[in-house]
Design a protein around this ligand. Structure first.
Ligand code: FA5
Length: 377
Protein backbone atom coordinates (compact mmCIF):
# COMPACT_ATOMS: atom_id res chain seq x y z
CA UNK A 1 0.00 0.00 0.00
CA UNK A 2 1.50 3.39 -0.98
CA UNK A 3 1.92 6.18 1.59
CA UNK A 4 -0.59 9.09 1.46
CA UNK A 5 0.57 11.97 -0.67
CA UNK A 6 1.19 14.41 2.15
CA UNK A 7 2.93 16.89 -0.16
CA UNK A 8 -0.05 17.09 -2.57
CA UNK A 9 -0.58 20.62 -3.87
CA UNK A 10 -4.15 21.32 -5.11
CA UNK A 11 -2.87 24.14 -7.26
CA UNK A 12 -1.32 21.48 -9.40
CA UNK A 13 -4.70 19.83 -10.17
CA UNK A 14 -5.51 21.61 -13.43
CA UNK A 15 -9.30 21.77 -13.09
CA UNK A 16 -9.17 23.21 -9.61
CA UNK A 17 -6.69 26.02 -10.17
CA UNK A 18 -8.22 29.37 -9.06
CA UNK A 19 -7.88 30.94 -12.48
CA UNK A 20 -9.53 27.87 -14.08
CA UNK A 21 -12.49 28.07 -11.70
CA UNK A 22 -12.78 31.80 -12.40
CA UNK A 23 -12.70 31.19 -16.12
CA UNK A 24 -15.47 28.57 -15.81
CA UNK A 25 -17.57 30.97 -13.72
CA UNK A 26 -16.99 33.90 -16.10
CA UNK A 27 -17.85 31.83 -19.14
CA UNK A 28 -21.09 30.78 -17.48
CA UNK A 29 -21.96 34.37 -16.55
CA UNK A 30 -21.17 35.57 -20.07
CA UNK A 31 -23.32 32.81 -21.61
CA UNK A 32 -26.27 33.74 -19.38
CA UNK A 33 -25.89 37.41 -20.19
CA UNK A 34 -25.74 36.62 -23.92
CA UNK A 35 -28.88 34.43 -23.83
CA UNK A 36 -31.66 36.63 -25.22
CA UNK A 37 -34.50 34.11 -25.03
CA UNK A 38 -35.68 31.67 -22.41
CA UNK A 39 -34.79 28.80 -24.76
CA UNK A 40 -31.24 30.09 -25.20
CA UNK A 41 -30.95 30.49 -21.44
CA UNK A 42 -32.08 26.90 -20.98
CA UNK A 43 -29.29 25.73 -23.31
CA UNK A 44 -26.72 27.84 -21.41
CA UNK A 45 -28.04 26.43 -18.14
CA UNK A 46 -27.49 22.85 -19.29
CA UNK A 47 -24.03 23.70 -20.60
CA UNK A 48 -22.82 25.51 -17.45
CA UNK A 49 -24.70 23.89 -14.56
CA UNK A 50 -25.59 20.43 -15.92
CA UNK A 51 -23.99 17.16 -14.82
CA UNK A 52 -21.19 17.37 -17.44
CA UNK A 53 -20.56 21.12 -17.16
CA UNK A 54 -16.93 22.18 -16.32
CA UNK A 55 -17.93 23.34 -12.82
CA UNK A 56 -19.77 20.06 -12.08
CA UNK A 57 -16.75 18.09 -13.23
CA UNK A 58 -14.43 20.28 -11.11
CA UNK A 59 -16.71 19.68 -8.15
CA UNK A 60 -16.29 15.97 -8.66
CA UNK A 61 -12.51 16.32 -8.60
CA UNK A 62 -12.70 17.61 -5.03
CA UNK A 63 -13.56 14.18 -3.72
CA UNK A 64 -10.25 12.81 -4.99
CA UNK A 65 -8.18 15.45 -3.16
CA UNK A 66 -6.37 14.76 0.13
CA UNK A 67 -8.33 16.04 3.15
CA UNK A 68 -6.14 19.09 3.79
CA UNK A 69 -6.74 20.36 0.22
CA UNK A 70 -10.46 19.62 0.08
CA UNK A 71 -11.63 22.62 2.13
CA UNK A 72 -9.95 25.29 0.07
CA UNK A 73 -10.86 23.77 -3.28
CA UNK A 74 -14.43 23.10 -2.10
CA UNK A 75 -14.80 26.72 -1.03
CA UNK A 76 -13.49 28.00 -4.34
CA UNK A 77 -15.73 25.76 -6.44
CA UNK A 78 -18.75 26.34 -4.16
CA UNK A 79 -18.43 30.10 -4.45
CA UNK A 80 -18.14 29.89 -8.22
CA UNK A 81 -21.21 27.64 -8.45
CA UNK A 82 -23.17 29.94 -6.13
CA UNK A 83 -22.34 32.95 -8.31
CA UNK A 84 -23.42 30.98 -11.41
CA UNK A 85 -26.77 29.94 -9.83
CA UNK A 86 -27.48 33.49 -8.76
CA UNK A 87 -26.70 34.89 -12.20
CA UNK A 88 -28.86 32.20 -13.81
CA UNK A 89 -31.85 32.99 -11.56
CA UNK A 90 -31.47 36.72 -12.17
CA UNK A 91 -31.33 36.30 -15.96
CA UNK A 92 -34.25 33.86 -15.86
CA UNK A 93 -36.36 36.42 -13.95
CA UNK A 94 -35.31 39.16 -16.36
CA UNK A 95 -36.23 37.16 -19.47
CA UNK A 96 -39.55 36.00 -17.95
CA UNK A 97 -40.49 39.58 -17.15
CA UNK A 98 -39.63 40.60 -20.72
CA UNK A 99 -41.75 37.75 -22.10
CA UNK A 100 -44.74 38.64 -19.88
CA UNK A 101 -44.57 42.27 -20.92
CA UNK A 102 -44.38 41.26 -24.60
CA UNK A 103 -47.34 38.84 -24.29
CA UNK A 104 -49.44 41.54 -22.65
CA UNK A 105 -48.82 43.81 -25.62
CA UNK A 106 -49.12 41.15 -28.32
CA UNK A 107 -52.26 39.49 -26.93
CA UNK A 108 -54.04 42.63 -25.81
CA UNK A 109 -57.78 42.71 -26.60
CA UNK A 110 -59.34 46.01 -27.47
CA UNK A 111 -62.74 45.65 -25.84
CA UNK A 112 -63.90 48.88 -27.44
CA UNK A 113 -63.67 47.52 -31.00
CA UNK A 114 -67.07 46.83 -32.64
CA UNK A 115 -67.64 43.03 -32.70
CA UNK A 116 -68.50 41.25 -35.92
CA UNK A 117 -69.56 37.86 -34.59
CA UNK A 118 -72.74 36.36 -35.94
CA UNK A 119 -75.18 36.26 -33.03
CA UNK A 120 -76.31 32.81 -31.94
CA UNK A 121 -79.67 31.86 -33.38
CA UNK A 122 -82.66 30.57 -31.49
CA UNK A 123 -85.79 28.73 -32.39
CA UNK A 124 -88.91 30.75 -33.11
CA UNK A 125 -91.24 31.29 -30.12
CA UNK A 126 -94.04 29.63 -32.10
CA UNK A 127 -91.99 26.41 -32.28
CA UNK A 128 -90.96 26.40 -28.64
CA UNK A 129 -94.47 27.27 -27.47
CA UNK A 130 -96.01 24.54 -29.64
CA UNK A 131 -93.61 22.03 -28.10
CA UNK A 132 -94.48 23.24 -24.62
CA UNK A 133 -98.18 22.63 -25.32
CA UNK A 134 -97.43 19.16 -26.72
CA UNK A 135 -95.35 18.39 -23.62
CA UNK A 136 -98.41 18.94 -21.40
CA UNK A 137 -100.03 15.98 -23.15
CA UNK A 138 -96.89 13.88 -23.42
CA UNK A 139 -96.72 14.13 -19.62
CA UNK A 140 -100.24 12.65 -19.53
CA UNK A 141 -99.20 9.68 -21.66
CA UNK A 142 -100.15 10.98 -25.14
CA UNK A 143 -97.93 10.19 -28.10
CA UNK A 144 -96.81 12.84 -30.58
CA UNK A 145 -98.12 12.00 -34.08
CA UNK A 146 -97.24 13.60 -37.39
CA UNK A 147 -98.85 13.75 -40.79
CA UNK A 148 -97.91 15.22 -44.18
CA UNK A 149 -98.53 18.89 -44.93
CA UNK A 150 -99.27 17.99 -48.55
CA UNK A 151 -102.28 15.82 -47.85
CA UNK A 152 -104.79 13.71 -49.79
CA UNK A 153 -108.10 15.50 -50.14
CA UNK A 154 -109.65 12.30 -48.77
CA UNK A 155 -107.85 12.56 -45.41
CA UNK A 156 -108.30 16.31 -45.12
CA UNK A 157 -112.04 16.24 -45.93
CA UNK A 158 -113.77 12.94 -46.86
CA UNK A 159 -112.53 10.83 -43.94
CA UNK A 160 -113.62 13.66 -41.65
CA UNK A 161 -117.21 13.64 -42.95
CA UNK A 162 -116.97 16.82 -45.02
CA UNK A 163 -119.64 16.46 -47.69
CA UNK A 164 -118.47 16.74 -51.32
CA UNK A 165 -120.07 20.19 -51.61
CA UNK A 166 -118.76 21.55 -48.31
CA UNK A 167 -117.62 25.19 -48.85
CA UNK A 168 -114.24 24.53 -47.17
CA UNK A 169 -113.30 22.44 -50.22
CA UNK A 170 -113.53 25.40 -52.56
CA UNK A 171 -110.42 26.96 -54.09
CA UNK A 172 -111.31 30.15 -52.16
CA UNK A 173 -110.61 28.38 -48.87
CA UNK A 174 -108.11 25.64 -49.65
CA UNK A 175 -104.81 25.49 -51.55
CA UNK A 176 -105.20 22.65 -54.05
CA UNK A 177 -101.91 21.13 -55.17
CA UNK A 178 -103.49 18.80 -57.61
CA UNK A 179 -106.73 17.52 -58.93
CA UNK A 180 -110.39 17.33 -58.32
CA UNK A 181 -112.41 19.03 -55.64
CA UNK A 182 -115.54 17.76 -53.97
CA UNK A 183 -118.85 17.33 -55.74
CA UNK A 184 -117.56 17.92 -59.31
CA UNK A 185 -114.76 15.44 -58.96
CA UNK A 186 -116.71 12.27 -59.63
CA UNK A 187 -115.53 10.62 -56.42
CA UNK A 188 -111.83 11.14 -57.09
CA UNK A 189 -109.51 12.55 -54.45
CA UNK A 190 -107.20 15.49 -55.08
CA UNK A 191 -104.18 16.70 -53.17
CA UNK A 192 -104.29 19.75 -50.87
CA UNK A 193 -102.11 21.66 -48.46
CA UNK A 194 -103.78 20.47 -45.27
CA UNK A 195 -106.15 23.10 -43.90
CA UNK A 196 -106.03 21.75 -40.33
CA UNK A 197 -104.26 19.08 -38.28
CA UNK A 198 -107.43 16.95 -38.08
CA UNK A 199 -106.43 14.60 -40.96
CA UNK A 200 -103.85 13.19 -38.54
CA UNK A 201 -106.85 11.86 -36.56
CA UNK A 202 -107.86 9.68 -39.50
CA UNK A 203 -104.29 8.63 -40.21
CA UNK A 204 -103.66 7.67 -36.58
CA UNK A 205 -106.85 5.58 -36.40
CA UNK A 206 -106.13 3.83 -39.69
CA UNK A 207 -102.53 3.15 -38.76
CA UNK A 208 -103.29 1.79 -35.31
CA UNK A 209 -106.73 0.29 -35.92
CA UNK A 210 -107.27 -0.97 -32.40
CA UNK A 211 -107.84 1.72 -29.76
CA UNK A 212 -106.89 2.92 -27.21
CA UNK A 213 -105.40 5.82 -29.20
CA UNK A 214 -104.09 8.91 -27.41
CA UNK A 215 -102.22 11.27 -29.69
CA UNK A 216 -101.24 14.92 -29.88
CA UNK A 217 -100.34 16.42 -33.23
CA UNK A 218 -98.63 19.82 -33.54
CA UNK A 219 -98.06 21.08 -37.07
CA UNK A 220 -98.24 23.64 -39.84
CA UNK A 221 -101.44 24.18 -41.81
CA UNK A 222 -102.48 26.34 -44.77
CA UNK A 223 -105.57 28.33 -45.74
CA UNK A 224 -106.20 30.90 -48.45
CA UNK A 225 -106.63 33.63 -45.84
CA UNK A 226 -105.15 37.10 -46.36
CA UNK A 227 -102.30 38.07 -44.04
CA UNK A 228 -103.72 40.55 -41.54
CA UNK A 229 -103.60 41.28 -37.80
CA UNK A 230 -105.45 38.09 -36.86
CA UNK A 231 -104.94 35.77 -39.86
CA UNK A 232 -102.06 34.29 -41.79
CA UNK A 233 -102.22 31.86 -44.72
CA UNK A 234 -99.62 29.61 -43.07
CA UNK A 235 -100.17 28.97 -39.38
CA UNK A 236 -99.88 26.27 -36.73
CA UNK A 237 -102.41 24.12 -34.96
CA UNK A 238 -102.21 21.51 -32.28
CA UNK A 239 -104.66 18.65 -32.40
CA UNK A 240 -105.58 16.16 -29.72
CA UNK A 241 -107.34 12.84 -30.23
CA UNK A 242 -108.35 10.27 -27.62
CA UNK A 243 -110.28 7.12 -28.57
CA UNK A 244 -111.00 4.50 -25.96
CA UNK A 245 -113.88 2.66 -24.31
CA UNK A 246 -116.24 4.85 -22.34
CA UNK A 247 -114.83 8.33 -23.10
CA UNK A 248 -117.34 11.18 -22.61
CA UNK A 249 -117.59 14.98 -22.86
CA UNK A 250 -116.56 15.07 -19.17
CA UNK A 251 -113.16 13.61 -20.15
CA UNK A 252 -112.86 16.25 -22.87
CA UNK A 253 -113.70 19.06 -20.46
CA UNK A 254 -111.31 17.75 -17.80
CA UNK A 255 -108.49 17.48 -20.35
CA UNK A 256 -109.09 21.04 -21.59
CA UNK A 257 -109.11 22.40 -18.03
CA UNK A 258 -105.88 20.59 -17.26
CA UNK A 259 -104.25 22.03 -20.38
CA UNK A 260 -105.14 25.68 -19.66
CA UNK A 261 -104.12 25.29 -16.03
CA UNK A 262 -100.77 23.81 -17.04
CA UNK A 263 -100.15 26.61 -19.55
CA UNK A 264 -101.76 29.65 -17.96
CA UNK A 265 -102.09 29.05 -14.21
CA UNK A 266 -103.95 27.03 -11.59
CA UNK A 267 -107.09 29.17 -11.50
CA UNK A 268 -107.80 28.89 -15.23
CA UNK A 269 -110.93 27.21 -16.55
CA UNK A 270 -112.66 26.61 -19.85
CA UNK A 271 -116.22 26.69 -21.15
CA UNK A 272 -117.83 25.02 -24.14
CA UNK A 273 -120.25 26.68 -26.58
CA UNK A 274 -122.23 24.68 -29.15
CA UNK A 275 -120.74 24.72 -32.63
CA UNK A 276 -120.57 22.53 -35.71
CA UNK A 277 -117.71 20.49 -37.19
CA UNK A 278 -118.49 17.63 -39.58
CA UNK A 279 -116.05 15.30 -37.79
CA UNK A 280 -117.27 15.79 -34.21
CA UNK A 281 -120.74 15.25 -32.78
CA UNK A 282 -121.61 17.03 -30.58
CA UNK A 283 -119.17 19.84 -31.41
CA UNK A 284 -118.22 22.87 -29.40
CA UNK A 285 -116.15 26.02 -29.45
CA UNK A 286 -113.85 26.11 -26.44
CA UNK A 287 -113.10 29.33 -24.56
CA UNK A 288 -110.87 29.95 -21.59
CA UNK A 289 -111.08 32.65 -18.95
CA UNK A 290 -109.22 35.74 -20.17
CA UNK A 291 -105.59 35.32 -19.23
CA UNK A 292 -105.12 39.07 -18.75
CA UNK A 293 -108.20 40.36 -16.86
CA UNK A 294 -109.38 37.01 -15.46
CA UNK A 295 -112.97 38.10 -16.18
CA UNK A 296 -112.76 41.25 -14.10
CA UNK A 297 -113.34 43.55 -17.07
CA UNK A 298 -116.85 42.21 -17.66
CA UNK A 299 -119.39 44.96 -16.95
CA UNK A 300 -116.58 47.10 -15.54
CA UNK A 301 -116.01 50.16 -17.78
CA UNK A 302 -113.24 51.38 -15.46
CA UNK A 303 -111.14 48.34 -16.28
CA UNK A 304 -111.51 47.56 -19.99
CA UNK A 305 -109.51 44.61 -21.37
CA UNK A 306 -108.17 44.74 -24.93
CA UNK A 307 -107.24 41.05 -24.95
CA UNK A 308 -110.79 39.73 -24.57
CA UNK A 309 -112.70 42.89 -25.58
CA UNK A 310 -114.01 42.95 -21.98
CA UNK A 311 -115.89 39.71 -22.58
CA UNK A 312 -113.97 37.78 -19.92
CA UNK A 313 -113.39 34.80 -22.23
CA UNK A 314 -110.99 34.03 -25.07
CA UNK A 315 -111.80 31.64 -27.89
CA UNK A 316 -109.22 28.85 -28.17
CA UNK A 317 -110.47 26.54 -30.93
CA UNK A 318 -112.84 23.72 -31.75
CA UNK A 319 -113.57 20.42 -30.05
CA UNK A 320 -116.11 17.66 -29.69
CA UNK A 321 -116.78 13.94 -29.49
CA UNK A 322 -115.41 12.13 -32.54
CA UNK A 323 -118.28 11.61 -34.99
CA UNK A 324 -119.14 7.86 -35.19
CA UNK A 325 -119.03 8.24 -39.00
CA UNK A 326 -115.33 9.14 -38.72
CA UNK A 327 -114.69 6.13 -36.48
CA UNK A 328 -116.45 3.89 -39.01
CA UNK A 329 -114.55 5.40 -41.97
CA UNK A 330 -111.32 4.62 -40.10
CA UNK A 331 -112.27 1.04 -39.22
CA UNK A 332 -113.07 1.61 -35.53
CA UNK A 333 -116.26 0.14 -34.04
CA UNK A 334 -118.34 3.11 -32.74
CA UNK A 335 -120.49 0.70 -30.66
CA UNK A 336 -117.47 -0.21 -28.60
CA UNK A 337 -115.35 2.94 -28.68
CA UNK A 338 -115.88 6.64 -28.34
CA UNK A 339 -113.45 9.51 -28.54
CA UNK A 340 -112.90 13.22 -28.17
CA UNK A 341 -110.79 15.64 -30.14
CA UNK A 342 -109.82 19.26 -30.12
CA UNK A 343 -107.68 21.59 -32.17
CA UNK A 344 -106.62 25.20 -31.83
CA UNK A 345 -104.34 27.78 -33.38
CA UNK A 346 -100.91 28.30 -31.87
CA UNK A 347 -100.49 31.85 -33.26
CA UNK A 348 -103.69 33.06 -31.59
CA UNK A 349 -102.73 31.41 -28.32
CA UNK A 350 -99.25 32.96 -28.39
CA UNK A 351 -100.85 36.33 -29.23
CA UNK A 352 -102.96 36.61 -26.15
CA UNK A 353 -100.44 34.85 -23.92
CA UNK A 354 -97.84 37.51 -24.73
CA UNK A 355 -100.06 40.48 -25.61
CA UNK A 356 -99.02 40.45 -29.27
CA UNK A 357 -101.37 42.77 -31.12
CA UNK A 358 -100.55 41.91 -34.71
CA UNK A 359 -100.04 38.37 -36.06
CA UNK A 360 -97.87 39.75 -38.88
CA UNK A 361 -95.11 40.39 -36.31
CA UNK A 362 -94.91 36.63 -35.75
CA UNK A 363 -94.39 35.69 -39.36
CA UNK A 364 -92.20 38.47 -40.72
CA UNK A 365 -88.99 37.11 -39.18
CA UNK A 366 -87.86 40.34 -37.51
CA UNK A 367 -85.53 39.49 -34.60
CA UNK A 368 -86.79 42.53 -32.70
CA UNK A 369 -89.97 40.51 -32.20
CA UNK A 370 -88.35 37.19 -31.33
CA UNK A 371 -85.46 38.42 -29.16
CA UNK A 372 -87.54 39.22 -26.04
CA UNK A 373 -88.66 35.58 -26.01
CA UNK A 374 -85.08 34.58 -25.19
CA UNK A 375 -82.64 32.19 -26.78
CA UNK A 376 -84.39 28.90 -26.09
CA UNK A 377 -82.95 26.21 -28.34
C1 FA5 B 1 -110.39 23.54 -37.05
O1 FA5 B 1 -109.42 23.74 -37.77
C2 FA5 B 1 -110.71 22.18 -36.53
N1 FA5 B 1 -109.91 21.21 -37.22
C3 FA5 B 1 -110.51 22.14 -35.02
C4 FA5 B 1 -111.09 20.91 -34.39
C5 FA5 B 1 -110.26 19.85 -34.10
C6 FA5 B 1 -112.42 20.83 -34.05
C7 FA5 B 1 -110.78 18.70 -33.51
C8 FA5 B 1 -112.97 19.71 -33.48
C9 FA5 B 1 -112.11 18.65 -33.18
P1 FA5 B 1 -111.06 26.04 -36.97
O2 FA5 B 1 -111.25 26.25 -38.40
O3 FA5 B 1 -111.99 26.79 -36.06
O4 FA5 B 1 -111.10 24.53 -36.49
O5 FA5 B 1 -109.57 26.47 -36.60
C10 FA5 B 1 -109.05 26.26 -35.32
C11 FA5 B 1 -108.18 27.45 -34.88
O6 FA5 B 1 -107.19 27.74 -35.84
C12 FA5 B 1 -108.94 28.76 -34.74
O7 FA5 B 1 -109.60 28.84 -33.50
C13 FA5 B 1 -107.83 29.76 -34.83
O8 FA5 B 1 -107.18 29.88 -33.58
C14 FA5 B 1 -106.86 29.12 -35.77
N2 FA5 B 1 -106.93 29.72 -37.12
C15 FA5 B 1 -107.85 29.50 -38.08
N3 FA5 B 1 -107.57 30.20 -39.19
C16 FA5 B 1 -106.42 30.88 -38.93
C17 FA5 B 1 -105.58 31.77 -39.67
N4 FA5 B 1 -105.82 32.10 -40.94
N5 FA5 B 1 -104.49 32.30 -39.08
C18 FA5 B 1 -104.19 31.94 -37.80
N6 FA5 B 1 -104.92 31.11 -37.04
C19 FA5 B 1 -106.03 30.57 -37.59
Amino acid sequence: MSAPNKSYDPVEVEALKPEEIERMRDEALAAFAAADTLDALQEAKVAHTGGTSPLALANREIGALPPQAKAEAGKRVGMARGAVSKALAARQAELEAERDARVLVEEAVDVTLPHDRTPAGARHPLTTFMERVADVFVAMGYEVAEGPEVEAEWFNFDALNFTPDHPARQMQDTFFVQGPQGADAGGESGVVLRTHTSPVQARALLERREPPVYIVCPGRVYRTDELDATHTPVFHQIELLAVDEGLTMADLKGTLDHMVQALFGADMKTRLRPNYFPFTEPSAEMDMVCYVCRGESVGNPDRPCRTCGSEGWIELGGCGMVNPKVLTACGVDPQKYSGFAFGFGIERMLMFRHNVEDMRDMVEGDVRFTRPFGMEI
